[in-house]
Design a protein around this ligand. Sequence first.
Ligand code: PLP
Length: 385
Amino acid sequence: MNTIYLDNNATTKVAEEVFEEIRPYFTELYGNPSSMHTFGGQIGNKIRKAREQVAALLGADPSEIIFTGCGTESDNTAIKGTLAAHPERRKIITTRVEHPAVLQVCRDLESHGYTVVEIGVDRNGRLNINELENLIDDNTAIVTVMYANNETGNIYPVEYIAEMAKEKGVAFHTDAVQAVGKIPLNLSKSNIDLLSLSGHKLHATKGIGVLYIRKGTRVAPYMVGGHQEGGRRAGTENVPGIIGLGKACELARQNTELENNEVKRLRDKLETAILKTCPDAMLNGDKDNRLPNTSNISFEFVEGEAILLMLDRFGICASSGSACTSGSLEPSHVLRAMGVPFTAAHGSIRFSLSRYNTEKEIDLVIEKIPGIINRLRELSPFVKT
Ligand code: PLP
């Protein structure tokens, strides 16, 4: 049975071109770039090139690119590094729909005496942006708002918020882990000070991330104990990860627009067909302002986990909007913040596509879904009579 992978917001396939590029760096060119000998030292040039490739995708200067271990580390560094650089400021502004790599960090900091303000969202997951302006004050160290939401795909007005923060002299960070490679970004024309990305979301390998730090932005290092990355992130570099991310960024730069038109076409085909053929199904998120690859759909009166298991029988991979915590199914914090009704939040499924999905795959999913939902509803104790 072939796998139909529609869970690309969780992780992506490593592109063949990326794999070919990094293969020698495991078995032949395995030197440490910090070594004095030529064997290790030659790796430095490849890292330099990768930094330029990442910077080119973002419209940044290579000196503004810091390689990290993952998106989570980039988020932690941005927030904690900014607080450490501005010890007199004790307030953080964020949103209720951030990934835990931001939200959990903020909530932990709250328990250490910081004031954390979480902006809410409306029923479609759009930020209540009017709340924001009056909240940014002299005590605010950082405003951190994600570029695009991992569950709904909603794109947030980060450029506008960054401008607001700049006017008040406050650092602005965005978790762009889901945005990079899916929509075009240009940091040379933006007021974003800090941006996080993660290699495994754009067809590079796991275990590599980037924190973009705009020139002049004050951020204390999070990882110390080495001179790597100009002393801004200690630790021996993940050489294959870095080189692969450079290649993945080059591919994304060449293809983002073209591929995403096609990805969006397939996503829209899938979504339209599901909403048409399945009664009591609804879209979660901002229909018009979303990532081109993401569709989050709630099926009333069925458990998302049960749908996933049935899809799995056909080799179809997606993910659900509820997580099994302490033996009970908790609807996601994002859908809860949006006020999605309990019965709908429990039956939510996220489909996230990539450039590797085909029309044939989407047609097969469209064919299977109505039967799965009908079957589960026949068995459901919650179903309407
Ligand atoms: N931020 C967002 C929006 C994400 O979707 C994820 C991963 O799903 C992360 C951060 C964490 O990235 P990583 O898996 O590289 O730590």
